[in-house]
Each structure stands twice: as structure tokens, then as C-alpha cells.
Design a protein around this ligand. Structure first.
Ligand SMILES: Nc1nc2c(ncn2[C@@H]2O[C@H](COP(=O)(O)OP(=O)(O)OP(=O)(O)O)[C@@H](O)[C@H]2O)c(=O)[nH]1
Ligand SMILES: [Mg+2]
Length: 299
């Protein structure tokens, strides 16, 4: 009987780690830092991430699949309801949950609500206080007392400087079970290149525009054509209102040009090949509230 465990995979660890927490605490930044590649877009604005995004960390002894999630929200409109569903699905059957919060302002009502939900779950859980670089002298004992007993270990880190990330990684490896790898060991994500193209364009919009434009924008890749020496991408940016169009395009197209150049630069780096991006702007009235539009966008 025991022979079946005596193969090469006997010492191999593999499993799923879901990162949850309030918008803007640094979940995507942390995952990207661990993976050493920008898999999940980030921005200084809350609610940047809209999908559960997997990033795969491979070594000769581990394959750890990180799942970055949208900040958990109370559904105010249809899109947020979809985000909530993604969050709940992401917690099912995971090997480890990372509750990520930032030191500043902890515990918010939001943190308390998430911690209350974590109490009811059996999965191993780590609490990670991020942005230590902004509060290096914080009284850690004061913060830790708000954590429920379901939390196995606590870390204070900076996803910006990398402080205490090696210690966090050791704990993550510890809680991952012995298991064969779930994916090929050269995979960094299970998402296709066109998804990254869409996300990088969204990141550019978060980067260059204020207020409602980033939240009213959705990006759809209409053509993704790979040639031996380049890639050509046609993408449509959906906006919710006609009045948003001139803002996104800018005077003589100057604003949308910045978005295009940002996307081309990032994608060229990521794909290690010249990438040309063509952007088109369309209006889809109130797409965030429409089931059919959300479906088309893959929610
Ligand atoms: N100073 C500092 N800033 C950080 C740190 N980690 C993340 N940030 C910044 O915090 C902002 C939010 O980071 P994200 O990674 O996009 O946050 P998120 O939790 O994924 O946010 P949502 O996707 O909206 O839920 C960005 O401007 C990051 O650069 C950190 O350790 N220190
Ligand atoms: Mg994010």
C-alpha cells in the first residue's frame, strides 16, 4: 500500500493560497512581488482588481498558486455583486488564506467584517499587515489583539520594500500540503495573453485618469494577432456615458495616446516582442449594471 506514496512527488508541495482583504491594501502588489512579475494590475485607487487572478510560483520543490482577489465589498451595483461571488468562490477548498490588511487604520469596519467571516472557516489563515514602511514603529501587540483565534500566524511586511517577505514565504511553504503540481512548471498564470493585454490597458486608464473614468471603463480585446516579429492588438474601451468619451480621448487624442503608449511599453516588456496597440472607444450605456454586458466581459 505504502508504495504508492514513494514516488518522486512524495516531497513535492503544491496548493492554493487566496489573498483577501479590503481594496487598496496591496494584495496585487504582494502577489506580484512574490512572483517577480506583474501578473495582476495595481493602482493607488481602490477596486482595481476585478477578477480572481492566479499567479503560479514554481520551484523544484513547490508549486504555489496564489489567487489575488478583488477587495471584498458590499454589492452596490451589479459588478460588485460579481466581485463578491468571486471572493466567496476563491475561499472554497483553498489550502491557505492570507488576510491582508494595512497597518494604518486597522481595524476598519471592513476588516472586522472579514475577520468575522474568517472565524467560520477551517482553512489555515495568515494575517499580514502590509505597508510597514509607512508605519515602522507601530505597536504590533495593539493590532494583533483584534485577530480571531482562527488566524494561525501574523506577519508585518512591506510589499513595497520586500521587508519580512522571506519570513512570510517560509510560512506559506509550511502550510501548503504535499501534493503533485496542478499546472505545468513553466506556467506563471493560467490566463491567456489577451487577458493580460486587457488588464494592462485597464491599468493605464487607472494610471492616467481620475474619478469615474477608471470605474466606468471596461476593455475588450477584439483582435490579438501574433506575427513572427510582432503582436498586433485591437482593443475597445467601453465607457458608460457619451460625455466621458472626450475626456478619455483628450485634446487631439493626446490622452488616449498616453494609454496606448503605456500599454505598448508594458506589453512589449512582458511579451519580449514589439506590441502594437490600436484603441477604439465605444459607449455601452451603464454596462456595470447589465447582465449581458458583464457576461460579454467575462464576469
Ligand atoms: N507604501 C506602500 N505602498 C504599498 C505597499 N503595498 C502596496 N502599496 C500601494 O498601495 C496601492 C494599492 O495597491 P494594490 O496592490 O493595487 O492594492 P489591492 O489590495 O490589490 O487593491 P484592489 O485590487 O483595489 O482590491 C498601490 O498604490 C500600491 O503601490 C506597501 O507595502 N507600502
Ligand atoms: Mg488588486
Amino acid at each position: 500500500m505504502f508504495f504508492c506514496f514513494m514516488n518522486n512527488s512524495a516531497n513535492f508541495k503544491s496548493g492554493f493560497v487566496t489573498i483577501i482583504g479590503k481594496p487598496n491594501t496591496g494584495k496585487s502588489t504582494l502577489m506580484n512581488l512574490i512572483l517577480g512579475e506583474k501578473i495582476s494590475i495595481t493602482s493607488p485607487k481602490p477596486q482595481t482588481t476585478r477578477y480572481a487572478i492566479k499567479g503560479i510560483w514554481n520551484t523544484s520543490e513547490h508549486q504555489i498558486i496564489f489567487v489575488d482577489t478583488p477587495g471584498y465589498l458590499k454589492p452596490r451595483y451589479e459588478l460588485q455583486e460579481k466581485m463578491l461571488k468571486i471572493w466567496h468562490n476563491a475561499l472554497k477548498d483553498v489550502d491557505l488564506i492570507i488576510f491582508l490588511t494595512q497597518i494604518d487604520g486597522f481595524p476598519t469596519e471592513y476588516d472586522k467584517e472579514v475577520l468575522n467571516q474568517l472565524k467560520t472557516l477551517k482553512n489555515p489563515q495568515l494575517a499580514v499587515f502590509n505597508k510597514l514602511d509607512l508605519n515602522p514603529e507601530v505597536d504590533r501587540n495593539e493590532l494583533v489583539k483584534y485577530l480571531p483565534e482562527s488566524i494561525n500566524e501574523v506577519f508585518f511586511v512591506s510589499a513595497k520594500t520586500g521587508e519580512n517577505i522571506p519570513e512570510l514565504m517560509e510560512a506559506i511553504k509550511y502550510y501548503i500540503p504535499f501534493h503533485e503540481p496542478y499546472y505545468d512548471n513553466d506556467m506563471l498564470s493560467d490566463l491567456p495573453m489577451r487577458f493580460f493585454a486587457q488588464e494592462i490597458i485597464r491599468e493605464a486608464i487607472f494610471h492616467f485618469f481620475e474619478e469615474e473614468i477608471p470605474y466606468s471603463s471596461a476593455v475588450l480585446i477584439e483582435r490579438f494577432k501574433e506575427f513572427p516579429d510582432k503582436v498586433i492588438i485591437d482593443a475597445v474601451i467601453w465607457l458608460e456615458r457619451e460625455s466621458q468619451k472626450p475626456i478619455l480621448i483628450g485634446k487631439n487624442g493626446s490622452s488616449i495616446k498616453k494609454v496606448r503608449e503605456y500599454a505598448e511599453r508594458e506589453l512589449t516588456r512582458f511579451m519580449q516582442m514589439p506590441v502594437q496597440v490600436h484603441l477604439f472607444v465605444k459607449i455601452k450605456h451603464k454596462w456595470r449594471k447589465k447582465q449581458s454586458a458583464l457576461k460579454e466581459l467575462g464576469f
